[in-house]
Design a protein around this ligand. Structure first.
Ligand SMILES: C[S@@+](CC[C@H](N)C(=O)[O-])C[C@H]1O[C@@H](n2cnc3c(N)ncnc32)[C@H](O)[C@@H]1O
Length: 189
């Protein structure tokens, strides 16, 4: 798992980072790289998305994951992105797909500070390891049992996935998709 993670990080260096020296600190910004549509479909399939799901995409880019989910499965979605340009893109994706604001809510903001994350039944992620590490405590403490989480290429550092799928999209390296399900709380004896 460690070797795999290292290889993925190295493979992602071009996408990785706009690294800025700010007051002596290095800050990493996650730039926009969309999931290929075939990967989007696979992520939704892995999460077994159904009509009554609420799909969150934290760092939603052009909104393709939540829009595809709403269009294909008839569920609701919430996309959060920090970049106003991506909010415009997402609204355009919705317009082109004929998906309404009742079906998909696109919000500008920090995906580490989502007020209603508890409402998710599916969470989609294509974010870098630093973000995944920061999000992990919220995933463990805030999501309901049964909630499925699917991550493209970068897993949570301390959560063993239920499923890992290697996926060849014809690029220079295969893609990895990771899936977790929040377990039911253990019954006290
Ligand atoms: C690699 S792209 C993934 C886009 C989309 N989820 C997909 O798979 O096609 C990551 C996105 O996360 C956004 N992002 C980065 N940091 C963020 C943060 N702290 N909160 C919300 N969005 C963020 C970027 O603007 C970018 O659009």
């Amino acid at each position: 798992m460690k070797l795999l993670r290292t290889l993925l990080i190295l493979g992602a260096l071009p996408f990785l980072a706009v690294a800025q020296a700010q007051q002596g600190k290095v800050e990493c910004k996650i730039v926009y790289v969309p999931s290929e549509q075939v990967v989007v479909e696979k992520m939704l399939q892995m999460a077994k998305v159904k009509k009554d799901d609420m799909v969150f995409d934290l760092g939603c880019g052009d909104g393709r994951i939540v829009v595809t989910a709403a269009k294909k499965y008839g569920c609701k979605g919430i996309g959060v992105d920090i970049d106003p340009a991506r909010i415009k893109d997402s609204l355009e994706t919705m317009r082109k797909a004929g998906v309404t604001k009742e079906q998909v809510d696109i919000r500008q903001g920090d995906a580490l500070k989502v007020k209603d994350l508890e409402n998710a039944s599916v969470v989609m992620l294509y974010m870098l390891p630093e973000f995944m590490e920061k999000l992990e405590p919220q995933i463990k403490s805030r999501l309901k049992p049964g909630t499925r989480i699917v991550a493209h290429d970068y897993p949570f550092p301390n959560m063993e996935p239920d499923q890992v799928v290697e996926f060849d999209v014809g690029g220079s390296r295969p893609k990895f998709l990771y899936m977790w399900t929040i377990p039911q709380p253990k019954k006290k004896k």
